[in-house]
Design a protein around this ligand. Sequence first.
Ligand code: ADP
Ligand code: MG
Length: 715
Amino acid sequence: MTLPAAPVPETVPGTARPTARPAAKAPAKSPAQKAMDKLGLRRAIDLALHLPLRYEDETRIVRLADARDGEVVQIEGEVMHSEVLIRARRQLLVTVDDGSDTCLLRFLNFYPSHQKTLSVGARVRVRGELRGGFLGREMMHPHFKLAGGELPGALTPVYPTSAGLPQVYLRKAVLSGVARADLNETIPPHFLSQNLPLRLSSLREALQFLHHPTPDAALQTLEDRSHPAWQRLKVEELLAQQISQLQARRVRAAMRAPALNGPAMRGAHCTLQAQLLERLPFRLTGAQQRVGAEIEIDLKKSIPMHRLLQGDVGSGKTVVAALAAARCIDAGWQCALMAPTEILAEQHFSKLIGWLEPLGITTARLSGSQKPKERREMLALIESGQAGLVIGTHAVIQAKVVFKNLALAIIDEQHRFGVAQRLALRSKMTGSAEDSGQEPHLLMMTATPIPRTLAMSYYADLDVSTLDELPPGRTPIVTKLVNDARRDEVIARIQAQIAEGRQIYWVCPLIEESESIDLVNATQTHAALSEALPDVMVGLLHSRMPPAEKKAVMSLFTDGVMAVLVSTTVIEVGVDVPNASLMVIEHAERFGLSQLHQLRGRVGRGAAASACVLLYSTGDAPRLGEVARARLKAMAETNDGFEIARRDLEIRGPGEFLGARQSGAALLRFADLQTDAGLLAWAREVAPLMLDGYPDLAERHVLRWLGGKAEFLKA
Ligand code: ADP
Ligand code: MG
């Protein structure tokens, strides 16, 4: 595995301009440099780690007679014929004979220089995809040059690139990056010889090989990334990720949080938690008790909790949050609960108030749409510490909000918030009136469970509690896929449900027609349903309505006055109306899988048999696209949120799955959590050994792989 002889520029081409004058103004960047910046190719090591998408084999000349149609081959031969055809479309046709057979080269775009090089009698080297054509074999727009010159000793890399960054330029830049980067080993060799399925080469060898593999390399193993050189890179990458997460965990373990040990000032009374439990109209499920106990243990520690509570829609996360809040407030501290939408915040507000206010807890509410006077009052309640519980939307993390002593931050539907927002909520503690230099405990809740492999890899710095049991008495939801053409049947079904006193959700993806996407919008559907169902109230809810109006519509539905609620996805999370037993989702093919699952979770909350109808439309196409079909099929086949999440991961891949997190975080570029589970296990084992035994190497390793992104990963 040696690097083929090739010119190695001293620096990245284009950056080598000597700056004679003191750099008052940095020289303007070339388009290629800008493109490289965009691709994150700044440091030499970034370039060295920019690996080929695929390779081209220019190392061999193939005889036409030995080549198969469909193969990309390089041939050498003599130009026998050349002509410009003007008929249907102007094109250059050139016939080449390599002694074993002939081949037609076809160019639809060409310049005089093409014709000159490819003139009759010239010997040329041509590379392209061979196709069987009407006039015999041919190549469309092949690469070509005059024959002769040495054949390269290695495969030619083709790198991922973007507009304005030619392959040739990028190739040189990468070559130079590999030459300049510090590729010294950071993983002690004895770790690499332990528990790994194969012997791996050094990082330098692996990189040199992957950029310029020898032609005898099994292309298959390069493509599926099972080649030992690939394995070496995956091992490095996974280790960097695991070390960085472990570091984050340790940093957090060194931080202090208030230990919430029982009632602070109320003396020896029955705890708020006990009082709350007594008043609940139901008994906790086994899962709720178990998860509650896990949270209890964390809250009593003086290390900040960092826990994800995952539970399917309807599994009863809110009451678990309320119990944690009760413990916090009982200990004399404040608790903040942040929800992604006003409707959801409102729901929490009414539910938690109903539970907690009778216990003597003052609750403050914050929302973006509040009147200034109300807002001022709320802010005062929060700053004075009078409000034990603060509930709201993003309004909770605004600068003006000062807590007296925040000890517990709860984030509902955490996947809807970005890292920055989570950080802001945590920083509310250090900015509090009683600045204690401590961190609040953090409880994040989600109905979109994280598949185990992802949790292990991306959320290593997170403790996970799972509600794996639904409260009793729920009836499973039957899901049906219905072609939009059969809409009338669905409306008939709605009528039958209404006759039984049930309520119905009808969800549409957009509120207005956009020029490009001609969707039946919520307003239209609302009008149509109102007409079809003249005897009942049909309401409309969408995100552009003023909050007061939204609230009014919601309470008409909650109180059972309104039979049908047509809405956009504003009801996606958290809305709780047990009497609603039918959910119709229009243009279901446009929704993501977890969104569909969340929506479906709005029904099946009471004792009545519930159903979800996924109306799909194929538009002009004869059938649904593959991805949409896979999603809808998954929905029809299972009600289990974990299974849905697993399939979602399968359909979308981890990059999209992680959503907001992906924006700043280093996603795995090389390793694949599905196929490389063994390597991930190795990295998890080695990470603590590296940090403890070789802290300097660990530091260098993380820096090499994650650069400035490591900080972000810790959020
Ligand atoms: P989610 O996990 O989706 O946030 P919620 O907390 O909104 O679920 O709970 C869904 C419904 O189930 C609510 O009406 C809630 O009061 C009710 N609930 C929660 N726990 C139980 C339980 N142990 N027994 C019966 N009903 C419960
Ligand atoms: Mg909820």
